[in-house]
Design a protein around this ligand. Structure first.
Ligand SMILES: [Zn+2]
Length: 143
């Protein structure tokens, strides 16, 4: 689903940076920093979603005690998402859903370390929020 439709916006109205599991790397953080600093986007939404396959794969890799040796960068992705799965361990409720929420929180915390994003938030020019997109209903709830 195009994210513009989820938020009832026109094409080109949003700066959209997508990565599996909202995983951060230099390119993703740089794109977000560019959006808020150069394009003056006033709101940065970290949007997790129901049944996230990337976090599900991370759970499966952890359970299988796999050092993911997949070709390419999938192992990097799983390593990046592992702290969220660990943080959700032992919590009541659905494990994957908990990991998705934990991941949104961790991504927000990481973005707040950015020397570009942090001062904009402190000055009130930028707001950071976490959100959860429920695929079944199309509802987005702020976390
Ligand atoms: Zn996902």
């Amino acid at each position: 689903m195009p994210i513009e439709l989820v938020f009832d916006q026109g094409l080109g109205d949003l700066v959209v940076v997508r990565s599996a599991g909202e995983a951060l790397d230099h390119s993703v953080v740089g794109s977000l920093e560019f959006g808020v600093a150069e394009l003056h986007t006033p709101l940065l939404v970290v949007l997790g979603h129901q049944r996230c396959g990337a976090l599900d794969a991370t759970i499966k890799a952890i359970d299988a005690h796999q050092r993911t040796s997949e070709a390419g960068q999938i192992g990097y992705l799983v390593e990046t998402l592992t702290p969220a799965v660990r943080q959700a361990e032992g919590k009541p409720g659905d494990r994957l859903t908990n990991a998705i929420h934990a991941n949104v929180d961790l991504v927000l915390a990481e973005l707040r370390k950015s020397p570009v994003i942090a001062p904009l938030e402190k000055s009130g020019k930028l707001k950071l929020v976490g959100a959860y997109y429920e695929l079944d209903t199309g509802r987005v709830s702020l976390t």
